[in-house]
Design a protein around this ligand. Structure first.
Ligand SMILES: N[C@@H](CCC(=O)N[C@@H](CSO)C(=O)NCC(=O)O)C(=O)O
Length: 221
């Protein structure tokens, strides 16, 4: 039963977008509660006192924190809905590995890419790491239509929110996404045709504008 599902949300957060895509894939109704991260409200601070980050899922008022934990919780709490994780243990391990990879190698590196001073050694290092990370994802995708294989799966859902950041990463890193990871770029478009993804993500130019805002506000001077 979907007693009170609420998502503490931020429109541009790739982590919150994972949850929106998952809730849409499962046909679960929920109340999105957009948060102001520059002035965090009591609801967020009480729901996620350890990290004070979005997303947080509230299910009957009980908080679930960390986007990948939320995805797996949704599979377990709503077994009657389409599963996100595959059933085979090895396929599950593969999905969890690559979702974790995206967090630690794509998003973390992407943060340094905009935060470090353009042209500084730290930023040049972030550029190199980003190209390498995208090359590794490109190789992992190979000639499969989806990272999960023949059909869209957990690992596609977990990583596709970052595809909206590739344009910005390419501009900040002065590399061409089309050259570094053409198949991954095509994969992002392919996933973006899915209703659950299309309604959860925002255009890359809008994300790039937001990156500019982050850089102005939090970037090294
Ligand atoms: N590992 C977590 C990351 C969430 C996160 O970074 N959320 C950001 C917004 S998106 O970049 C956030 O809430 N930042 C607020 C802050 O750091 O103060 C997850 O997967 O849910």
């Amino acid at each position: 039963k979907e007693e009170g599902l609420q998502l503490l949300d931020l429109w541009v957060s790739p982590f919150a977008q994972r949850c929106r895509i998952a809730l849409a894939e499962k046909g679960l109704a929920y109340e999105p509660l957009e948060q102001d991260l520059s002035n965090k409200g009591d609801l967020l601070l009480r729901a996620n006192p350890v990290h004070k980050k979005v997303p947080v899922l509230l299910h009957g008022g009980r908080p679930v924190c960390e986007s990948l934990v939320i995805l797996q919780y949704l599979d377990e709490a709503f077994p009657e809905t389409p599963a996100l994780l595959p059933s085979d243990p090895h396929a599950r391990a593969h999905a969890r590995f690559w979702a974790d990879y995206a967090d630690w190698k794509v998003f973390e590196c992407g943060t340094r890419l905009w935060k470090r001073k353009a042209g500084s050694e730290l930023q040049l290092q972030a550029r190199r790491e980003m190209v390498e990370a995208l090359r590794i994802l490109e190789a992992e995708l190979g000639d499969k239509p989806y990272l999960a294989g023949e059909a869209f799966g957990f690992v596609d859902l977990a990583i596709v929110p970052f595809a909206a950041w590739f344009l910005g990463y390419g501009r900040l890193g002065e590399f061409s996404v089309e050259e570094v990871c053409p198949r991954l770029a095509a994969w992002g478009e392919r996933c973006g045709e899915r209703e659950s993804v299309a309604r959860s993500l925002h255009p890359p130019e809008k994300v790039y504008e937001f990156i500019g805002y982050l850089k102005d506000k939090y970037g090294d001077k």
